[in-house]
Design a protein around this ligand. Structure first.
Ligand code: GCV
Length: 647
């Protein structure tokens, strides 16, 4: 399979260019690209300690432009900035930049056999049948990542099985070294996910108890050997005690015991240990209405605040449950003031349309980043916390479960590449607006024709809101098909073990997560708890996440819950149809291949959106017995079953 240079297609490498063997070579190579884009300037660069390590300045003078970087990586980022400017505006102006987030990381959920967990863009381009390769595509990937400032990549799935458990051994280390060199040439550090039980599966020990000296010794030796082979190795990412994966709980130890043991092995080499907070009971009894999965991560980790070593970073999903379309921000961002934190978002569209639906996620991620945690007097946004405002030292950042695969266009859907591009840009500069990012991406990918750009930006910006409208209502989440998580199934998870319930009855819908309900809202500081305890001050997007409400309850927008459900579901499909019509106007203005691919995806999206609309509306019409005030088509069994609100 081939691959397209997507947003770098207007800045190709010189024909026959060799892969850079070092970051200095990558700088030279990229400088030649810059020179080919503009002869109006004499281009030069300088690495200077006067700038922060990854920072850069582009200094434009009469007929010349100097790119200064705090390191070669800084220079490289500066060159990509200049390329971007030239491609989008035909000129270059002086800029001074430094990244907001220290770690700007991609998490690949690629398995060693080549499959990708929650992958919607083909197979892995790293692994196939247990073999890891470094090739042209790997270099193209590294270049794309560097062009948006990504500086870390975890290449394997957090669920570490079978062959992947052996990545930390000589079976894979020589090729991992080549990969780390390829990444290093683009300023990217290689990280691996490890199996917490590797001391048993690889080391032949009887235990993985983190307090057992021979287990700690196994990891010390293993890590020392990794650094012997790969001196600039980044560290580990660990999913433990979650969804069947092994962890310290097996031995009656805490999450901190597990994380610190691994962190101590990495510390002498400057390695980081990233530990996921996605720990919950996935064998819940649906009859148990007192246990609330949303509370799990905070209940587990809050008591451990301050107990983690300095090179441990806790990686927290943006919401308390699992990447639903409208979750509130995880309260862990409010409650872990003595612990290094990283935000985890999901660019792979597991619950947001699986890259068949257009869903530009930057607006959602921006909402998370600008959320006031109320945990500090100043600099209390999530972005402040994950960018190190309160814990300088660089052990923090933002990670995205990424949406790439070996499809020619990398992300299955052409428009989904905007999420990969945008993730990098947002980590670098969270103040960029969703519109600025979309416009950059559209201009780089499809050229600066203003009609095309305007339409693509409009499509991207509208897409998240539209998706939210026709799927599960008011932030309740989860009404998707079990396992594959695509398409509507209102009760798909209702009588299952995953802790994800809507508990709809003929009178009411939602889970009461207030102080008098499951108590989840009180995991937030007082001001936020009070806001979320009151439906009048709860954001509409999270209304049914926090409250159990009668269908006749009047929402802050003046509509009853049931009418809001009907209206949003009809509107979502109508708005999608309008969007598709507007994209038809770019036919002939963008390459036919891309246009066809985009339209094929829209056809799938529209069919699925109608299915969502009709299933949700019908389910709640039958359940509530209340008809649509506007008498639109809903598949209630019999009109006689229904009552209608007064017009
Ligand atoms: C990698 C959800 C997904 C799983 C994923 C898990 C996680 O449950 O459905 O596929 O596993 O999250 O984030 O670890």
């Amino acid at each position: 399979m081939g691959y397209e240079p997507i947003w770098l297609k207007q800045a190709p490498l010189p024909a026959g260019a060799e892969h850079p063997a070092s970051i200095a070579e990558a700088v030279e190579l990229e400088l030649s690209v810059l020179r080919s884009l503009s002869e109006a300037f004499v281009w030069s660069y300088l690495v200077t300690e006067a700038l922060p390590e990854e920072g850069y300045e582009v200094l434009v003078g009469e007929g010349k432009a100097d790119i200064l970087g705090g390191s070669y990586a800084g220079v490289l980022y500066g060159i990509f900035d200049a390329e971007r400017q030239l491609l989008l505006t035909d000129t270059v102006v002086s800029v001074s930049e430094r990244p907001a987030s220290p770690l700007r990381m991609l998490n690949h959920w690629d398995n060693a056999d080549g499959s990708i967990e929650r992958g919607y863009s083909g197979l892995s381009f790293f692994f196939r049948d247990g073999v890891l390769s470094v090739n042209d595509r790997t270099f193209a990937y590294a270049r794309l990542c560097a062009s948006v400032g990504i500086n870390a990549s975890v290449i394997n799935n957090v669920n570490v099985f079978k062959d992947a458990t052996w990545l930390i051994t000589d079976r894979y280390l020589p090729v991992l070294r080549k990969l780390a060199e390829c990444f290093g040439a683009y300023g990217i550090k290689l990280y691996l996910c490890v199996n917490f039980a590797a001391s048993i599966e690889v080391g032949g020990l009887a235990s993985a108890d983190p307090l057992e000296p021979e287990v700690a010794e196994f990891w010390k030796k293993t890590v020392a050997h990794i650094y012997e082979v790969i001196p600039d190795f980044g560290g580990f990412l660990v999913k433990a005690d979650s969804e069947g994966r092994p962890g310290p709980y097996t031995y009656g130890r805490t999450q901190a015991d597990g994380a610190n043991m691994l962190a101590k092995a990495l510390a002498p080499f400057g390695g980081k240990l990233i530990w996921r907070c996605f720990v919950y009971n996935c064998s819940q009894d649906w009859r148990d209405v007192t246990t609330d999965r949303a509370c799990a991560a905070y209940d587990t980790f809050r008591p451990l605040d301050g107990a983690f070593d300095e090179n441990v970073i806790l990686q927290v999903k943006n919401g308390p449950v699992d990447f639903q379309v409208g979750e509130p921000v995880s309260p862990l961002f409010c409650g872990m003031k003595n612990t290094n934190l990283m935000l985890e978002v999901q660019a792979a569209q597991e619950y947001t349309g699986q890259q068949k639906h257009v869903c530009y996620l930057i607006p959602m991620w921006k909402d998370v980043l600008r959320f006031h945690t109320c945990a500090y007097e100043k600099a209390d946004r999530v972005s402040d916390i994950v960018c190190g405002a309160h814990r300088p030292g660089g052990n923090c950042g933002i990670a995205a479960v990424i949406n790439t695969g070996d499809d020619d266009n990398w992300t299955g859907a052409d428009l989904a590449a905007a999420n990969w591009y945008g993730f990098g840009r947002l980590c670098w500069k969270p103040q960029l607006s969703a519109e600025e990012i979309a416009s950059e991406w559209a201009g780089l990918t499809f050229g600066t024709d203003s009609a095309v750009r305007k339409i693509l930006v409009k499509v991207l910006l509208a897409s998240y809101g539209i998706y939210e409208k026709y799927t599960a209502p008011l932030g309740i989440g989860w009404m998707c098909n079990p396992n594959n998580h695509y398409g509507p199934n209102v009760d798909g998870y209702e009588y299952d073990r995953w802790g994800t319930y809507h508990r709809s009855s003929c009178k009411a819908i939602g889970v009461d997560r207030t102080g008098t309900g499951t108590g989840y809202s009180h995991q937030y500081p007082e001001a936020l708890a009070a806001k979320f305890d009151n439906p009048e001050t709860t954001p509409m997007a999270h209304m049914l996440f926090f409250h159990r409400l009668p269908y006749t309850y009047v929402l802050p927008n003046g509509k009853t819950v049931i009418q809001h459900i009907y209206d949003t579901h009809f509107e979502g499909v109508e708005e999608l149809m309008d969007l598709i019509e507007s994209v038809v106007t770019v036919q002939g203005l963008i390459p036919e291949k891309e246009y066809t691919r985009i339209m094929e995806r829209f056809a799938m999206q529209l069919a699925s959106a109608k299915e969502w609309r009709d299933r949700i509306n019908t389910y709640y019409c039958r359940m509530s017995g209340i008809g649509d005030a506007k008498h639109r088509k809903i598949y209630a069994v019999s009109e006689e079953d229904l009552t209608y609100p007064e017009a």
